[in-house]
Design a protein around this ligand. Structure first.
Ligand SMILES: *[C@@H]1O[C@H](CO)[C@@H](O)[C@H](O)[C@H]1NC(C)=O
Ligand SMILES: *[C@@H]1O[C@H](CO)[C@@H](O)[C@H](O)[C@H]1NC(C)=O
Ligand SMILES: *[C@@H]1O[C@H](CO)[C@@H](O)[C@H](O)[C@H]1NC(C)=O
Ligand SMILES: *[C@@H]1O[C@H](CO)[C@@H](O)[C@H](O)[C@H]1NC(C)=O
Length: 606
């Protein structure tokens, strides 16, 4: 019935000429230039208001079967008004539009970096403080990420369905249950509370503190509300407090409503302060009053010196650099440092350098990812290079994969001698992205450099999993990659070591395939020579302009990645119904019918 309401609205509000323009523009939008052209009529549609804009996009999504109807409605209902707001505010011809065309439709490559020289309070010291190992025993730190807890996970519902996540008692489910959801989780579903508790019980054993790099909420993003996000964040914070004996240093992830939608402080409407306030409160026991105050006032970022250490953990909110945060496209004025996240990082790094501390940078999205806007990644890299002697490690999540990424002083000449910083990326806890896993670091107490990374996992295909999940060692980085990369007994896992690991991948395909299996924790599929070259390139690129990712066309409302985010997926070969598919179908329709009636016909068909 609602679809009729949409059509009535659509026909009443939109002139036939405008529909004609939009249909033709969609039909022809196969290049970056034509995407700019498409934005002209879409801007006209947005000018009519959020409701006709959202209703029209929803009708297109539903008509083409991009997602089940409830998913189209929920997802576009949430993100549509932000995109309409963007379109009303920007010129279809300028750079912001180009970036929007890249992230929303995948039709434009990122524009060249807008050059900006980051300024620092002090020049790098001529003779930086040496951090020397004295042979002390390492201590342990756990790192977990992308836990995606589904509080509505229901045992006995279908673990196989046509929605982005299953194992829920969806009201529109019909027919017999094909694959009943078990007590501890399933590969098509987000994490049930039982598995979270099993994990927290396991992870609390040896570490002196944990890093949690975000993403608490389940991927039913088309259904989430602000209240649900608040409740889910609070419940998990309280579980961490009661079940872990040691502090947790978390980061802000995409937790928001809508997901990822953090408006900048230059935007009048929309506000994420409730996310920061909830976490400032929930994290206070670990990050103290000062850290909690920073979370409130620096858009979720804070720093903390774990008791008994000379280490400053700087936790920053990188969602302001995330391509899929659609609030970032609401102005033609380019902002080098949205919400001052880069400025906060510099201030904290300078304080650490002045105090002779080492630093770990912690955030949800790693700045070398294909999801990171090139400008902010480039500026962040300048900071990393300036403070390379202070930064002992970087820790991220977001990709759901067990990965690493290397920064270089010279990206034109990436080798073991120019490698300057190493980022560790934690695998996801949610079974939706392979076997649930987390990292345990052995850390040298003098230098705060990582001496070994051990990855633990639980095997959901093991019959005992549904009674009592077992967490076992998957591999140790030191023993798996050390010999091939010439690791010395007294050497930490330095940026240079990790570069040598990538050299070993290039030289030894068996080792590379082993890495890919560990990365995915499911069958990673095949990877030909160009896939291998791109994978190695991405490992050697903590600066996103250097990661060899090529934006692929695809309507990103459809292209939801493992996280349930609407992101482009570098190596998704299953992209059967991307925008190319839509255009082909649309073009087929247009040959037979005149555009307006053809388009309306498509709407009515649903
Ligand atoms: C799903 O919800 C319906 C309606 O509330 C209920 O009858 C049914 O038992 C539920 N199914 C499961 C597996 O909990
Ligand atoms: C936004 O944040 C930046 C960085 O903290 C700050 O310099 C600026 O004044 C803020 N702008 C507004 C409009 O609040
Ligand atoms: C490790 O030991 C070797 C041989 O004793 C020495 O040359 C090298 O400088 C040491 N490296 C580090 C990082 O201490
Ligand atoms: C390649 O790596 C595999 C797996 O680590 C190892 O067993 C093999 O010896 C290596 N081959 C060469 C030629 O080094």
């Amino acid at each position: 019935m609602h679809i009729w309401l949409y059509i009535v609205l659509f026909v009443t509000c939109v002139s036939a000429g405008l529909v004609d323009d939009i249909v033709n523009a969609i039909k022809n939008a196969a290049t970056c230039a034509s995407c700019h052209a498409l934005l002209v009529p879409l801007k006209g549609l947005a000018a009519l208001g959020d409701t006709p804009f959202t209703a029209s996009l929803t009708a297109v999504c539903t008509s083409f079967g991009l997602e089940p109807e409830d998913v189209c409605e929920g997802a576009i209902g949430q993100q549509g008004p932000i995109i309409a707001h963007d379109l009303r505010a920007i010129s279809p011809l300028k750079q912001t539009s180009e970036k929007l065309c890249g992230s929303l439709l995948g039709l434009c490559q990122p524009p060249a970096v807008n050059k900006w020289t980051v300024s620092f309070p002090k020049a790098a010291p001529k003779s930086p403080k040496p951090f020397v190992r004295t042979g002390k025993a390492p201590f342990q730190v756990a790192h977990f990420s992308d836990i995606h807890i589904d509080r509505q996970y229901t045992v006995g519902t279908d673990a196989s369905c046509n929605k982005p996540i299953c194992c829920r008692n969806f009201t529109d489910h019909t027919g017999p249950i094909i694959e009943p959801a078990g007590p501890f989780g399933s590969p098509h579903c987000d994490t049930p509370a039982t598995l979270v508790h099993s994990f927290l019980d396991q992870v609390s054993k040896d570490n002196i503190f944990s890093l949690f790099t975000g993403d608490v909420i389940e991927a039913a993003v088309w259904l989430t509300t602000q209240q649900e996000v608040i409740d889910d964040m609070r419940i998990f914070n309280s579980e961490l407090q009661t079940m872990l004996g040691a502090p947790v240093y978390p980061t802000i992830g995409p937790e928001n409503s809508p997901t990822n939608a953090f408006p900048r402080n230059t935007t009048q409407q929309g506000n994420s302060q409730w996310v920061f306030d909830t976490q400032a409160d929930g994290w206070k026991a670990w990050i103290q009053d000062a850290g909690s105050d920073q979370v409130k006032h620096f858009s979720g970022s804070y720093s903390i010196i774990p008791p008994g250490t000379n280490l400053r953990i700087i936790s920053i909110n990188t969602v302001y650099w995330y391509k899929m945060n659609f609030w970032l496209y609401d102005s033609d004025i380019l902002q080098a440092d949205p919400n001052g996240i880069l400025g906060f990082t510099i201030q904290q790094l300078q304080a650490a350098e002045d105090a002779g501390q080492r630093v770990w940078i912690v955030a949800h999205m790693q700045p070398g990812s294909g999801d990171t806007l090139w400008d902010q990644s480039n500026y962040f890299d300048q900071i990393v290079q300036r403070y390379k002697n202070t930064i002992a490690g970087q820790f991220y999540g977001h990709s759901h994969k067990d990965e690493f990424s290397i920064a270089y002083s010279d990206y034109g000449n990436r080798n073991k001698d120019t490698a300057t910083s190493i980022a560790y990326i934690a695998p996801a806890l949610t079974p939706r992205s392979g076997k649930p896993a987390f990292k345990l670091y052995d850390v040298d107490p003098d230098t705060y450099e990582v001496v070994d990374v051990r990855v633990f996992y639980t095997d959901y295909s093991d019959p005992s999993f549904q009674q009592n999940p077992q967490w076992e060692l998957l591999y140790s980085a030191r023993s798996t990659y050390g010999p091939a990369a010439g690791l010395q007994a007294n050497e930490t896992l330095s940026p240079s070591f990790w570069h040598r690991v990538t050299d070993a991948f290039a030289a030894n395909d068996t080792l590379f395939q082993q890495y890919r299996t560990y990365t995915a924790r499911v069958d990673p599929g095949s990877c030909d020579a160009s896939c291998k070259a791109n994978t190695i390139c991405a490992l050697r690129a903590l600066r996103s302009e250097n990661n060899c990712a090529v934006t692929q066309p695809g309507l990103n409302f459809k292209r939801r990645d493992v996280e349930g985010n609407f992101v482009e997926d570098e190596d998704d070969t299953c992209e059967g119904k991307g925008i190319g598919h839509i255009f082909t179908r649309l073009a087929g329709w247009m040959d037979e019918a005149d555009p307006v009636s053809g388009f309306l016909h498509l709407l009515i068909l649903t």
